[in-house]
Design a protein around this ligand. Structure first.
Ligand SMILES: NC(=O)C1=CN([C@@H]2O[C@H](COP(=O)(O)OP(=O)(O)OC[C@H]3O[C@@H](n4cnc5c(N)ncnc54)[C@H](O)[C@@H]3O)[C@@H](O)[C@H]2O)[C@H](O)CC1
Ligand SMILES: [K+]
Length: 492
């Protein structure tokens, strides 16, 4: 089974919540799994739960409640700090239930001296470590640090919840940690729990299922957006991405829509390079756009020198919206791509694309079914499983990230495949593909390709869903652009 990082786990948790599976439900399953582990180890005895103020402590409260149902166990709980300082609603909720759970003792201990004089360290058969889990930042502070020492010198059998407290689930540096006999981590193995030599800290490692929805991992959700790079408080102009849109000539709306969508997604600078016949019209869409006119009525090889220097001064290129299919235009596209560090390739730029692009660059392709069929030479099959398979295979063969747009979007880099179900039938109106390309460009400027592509289809679809609520089947591509910021601000 593959392992994941703690930030991936946080995004899966948030995706569960997005789907309607609440954190308190997950915590209940996590705590119950810990209680089951204890009953499988000893049939009776004294069990001390040592809890922090985050959700790791919350899991411990749940486990204590479950275990106390069995008269064979003497259950005691200590909370490090005041209960008024418990960090989350779900943990507070489970702390409150302890009063009615028949445990022998519940103590709030705030300082290290009081902790040291606590009698329970020496006479417990099992100590459950629920001090710190995936939320740890830096070295353990007081009183957590003293609690870790006391657990380690207790001589009891030690069960750590999710991670030995102090240990970094992602394998970062450790200044102090619980030395556990067994660590029960949740849902999936974590990267840091597989490192050579980690058993010294973790003891045996077990993965307990906690009822995560399958779709919370495979389908993109709002939790995936949490992992995106977002604007720093003191960011400079250009830090949040410079996007170059190369399009237009045959049409003028498409490059403007892509550019406006990129701006609304948070790109700092969006430059639109279009043939001179449409440059004024594109500029008239918004004074926020920087428009560079290119000689001629269609993209052509004479534009290469100007475009080369523009490509160098931007983080990402969005190429295709409105360019048309003239032979010199398509040839120019093919010559431009090897110059790009990162590019999103859409619409007519996909028409005569020779793959793989021979360069070190990273490319996101955003075809719909007909474009995909033409590119790959394979008709898009009917079932989702078959579609996933061909998209993944095509992406892998061409070292590109492929987004097959559809009722369920499929995003793959050949190794990982994600799905997206935001969006609606109203989005078949013209221009929505250009909006997606613009969003993708803005995210790709400052994020890795797979995250950018996956989050872009989610944002585009979710903004489309908000627009549909308002406008129904009368929705326009510009209405979707207007709702991008609502989707993004809901997550941050
Ligand atoms: N899907 C899951 O895996 C689930 C996991 N659960 C459990 O939740 C924790 C993570 O909870 P979180 O509240 O984010 O973090 P922690 O409890 O680990 O700690 C936060 C807590 O600790 C304080 N803190 C942070 N760093 C330090 C430090 N160096 N010294 C002292 N104190 C520190 C911080 O201020 C917070 O108060 C996960 O591990 C699982 O156990 C869910 O219950 C179920 C789903
Ligand atoms: K722990």
């Amino acid at each position: 089974m593959f392992s994941i990082t703690s930030s991936k786990m946080r995004s899966v948790d948030a995706n569960c919540s997005y789907l309607g599976l609440s954190p308190v439900q997950l915590m209940e399953n996590a705590g119950a799994a810990i209680a089951r582990e204890i009953t499988s180890r000893i049939s009776c005895g004294k069990v001390l739960f040592v809890s922090g103020r985050g959700n790791n402590g919350g899991d411990a409260f749940v486990a204590a409640r479950h275990l106390a149902l069995n008269d064979a166990y003497d259950v005691r709980v200590i909370l490090l700090g005041h209960s008024s300082r418990i960090r989350t609603e779900e943990s507070m909720h489970n702390f409150s239930l302890l009063e009615y759970s028949g445990i022998t003792e519940l103590k709030e201990i705030t300082d290290s001296k009081e902790l040291e004089s606590y009698a329970g360290w020496k006479d417990s058969d099992i100590i459950v470590d629920g001090i710190l889990g995936s939320g740890i930042k830096g070295s353990p502070r007081e009183p957590e640090s003293t609690a870790i020492d006391l657990i380690n010198s207790s001589g009891s059998y030690i069960i750590s919840i999710d991670a030995p407290s102090g240990y970094d689930l992602d394998g970062g540096e450790i200044s102090k940690s619980v030395f556990a006999d067994i660590t029960i981590t949740f849902h999936r193995m974590k990267t840091g729990l597989e490192l050579p030599g980690c058993e010294k800290y973790t003891g045996e490692v077990k993965v307990a299922p906690i009822g995560v929805c399958r779709d919370a991992e495979e389908y993109v959700g709002s939790g995936d957006l949490m992992g995106l790079v977002h604007r720093e408080q003191h960011a400079h102009k250009g830090n949040s991405g410079r996007v170059l849109v190369i399009g237009g000539g045959a049409y003028y709306g498409a490059p403007a829509l892509a550019a406006m969508a990129a701006l609304r997604t948070g790109a700092d600078i969006v430059t639109v390079a279009v043939p001179e016949n449409v440059a004024d019209t594109v500029a008239s869409f918004s004074s926020n756009l920087i428009v560079v006119p290119l000689s001629g009525n269609r993209l052509n090889p004479e534009n290469l020198p100007v475009l080369k220097s523009l490509i160098e001064s931007h983080d990402v290129v969005v190429i295709g919206p409105g360019i048309g299919r003239d032979a010199p235009t398509l040839k120019t596209v093919q010559q431009l791509l090897p110059l790009c560090k990162k590019a999103v390739i859409d619409a007519d730029a996909l028409y005569d694309l020779h793959l793989p692009v021979k360069s070190e660059g990273k490319f996101i392709l955003t075809p719909h079914s007909a474009e995909f069929a033409r590119l790959s030479g394979v008709a898009v099959p009917r079932t989702l499983a078959e579609k996933k398979q061909i998209v993944s295979q095509f992406a892998g063969q061409n070292t590109a990230i492929v987004v097959l747009k559809g009722k369920v979007d499929i995003i793959s880099d050949g190794q990982n495949t994600r799905l997206n179900r935001t969006g609606n039938a109203g989005m078949t109106v013209g221009g929505t593909g250009d909006v997606l390309t613009g969003i993708t460009g803005a995210l790709f400027a400052v994020n890795n390709a797979m995250d950018a592509a996956a989050c872009a289809v989610f944002i585009n679809g979710a903004a489309g869903d908000l627009a549909f609520d308002e406008k129904g089947f009368g929705l326009l591509a510009t209405d979707i652009i207007d709702r991008i910021t609502d989707v993004i601000s809901e997550v941050f």
